[in-house]
Write a protein that binds this ligand. Structure first.
Ligand code: ZN
Length: 150
């Protein structure tokens, strides 16, 4: 409730690099490199209907790489690949309070794709910040699902 913006966030408000996501045309083809050749462990493959993607989550120690395969050509990732080809799709930073982050960013004039959080892979609350505000890379914020129960 302070009226002035001071230094900003405490450093633990941004908890970690949650994942880096790569758009691919085929999960199986991409996993031949990431899993078989590079030796990463695939933690699982999940379909996220809302975003029309099949996601393979790869363990990289303290963070993850996600491979995103579009379920259809007119899905967001399908369009991304059609326009720019496969490659880096977004970077995701974990946050503790996504609603507060979005409100603050909006107040600072940041261009948001999602004004309100929605539910992403693994039940996390997620929202995207527009590349126009981030130096050209889609930035995802993610607040992990509170482990109430599952
Ligand atoms: Zn993501």
């Amino acid at each position: 409730m302070s009226s002035s913006h001071s230094a900003g966030h405490s450093s633990d408000a941004r908890t970690r690099l949650d994942h880096v996501a790569i758009a691919v045309t085929s999960l199986e083809d991409a996993l031949k490199f990431y899993e078989e050749q590079f030796g990463l462990h695939c933690l699982g493959i999940e379909i996220v209907e809302e975003q029309q993607v099949r996601v393979a989550k790869l363990d990289v120690g303290n963070t993850h790489i996600e491979l995103l395969e579009p379920l259809s050509a007119d899905s967001p990732v399908g369009k991304f690949i059609a326009q720019r080809g496969a490659g880096l799709h977004h970077v995701c930073v974990g946050v503790q309070d996504i609603s507060a982050e979005l409100a603050e960013l909006q107040g600072k004039g940041t261009r948001l794709i999602d004004q309100q959080p929605r539910i992403g892979a693994g039940g996390a609350k997620i929202a995207f910040v527009h590349p126009k505000s981030t130096g050209g890379v889609l930035l995802e914020l993610s607040q992990p699902q509170a482990d109430a129960d599952s």
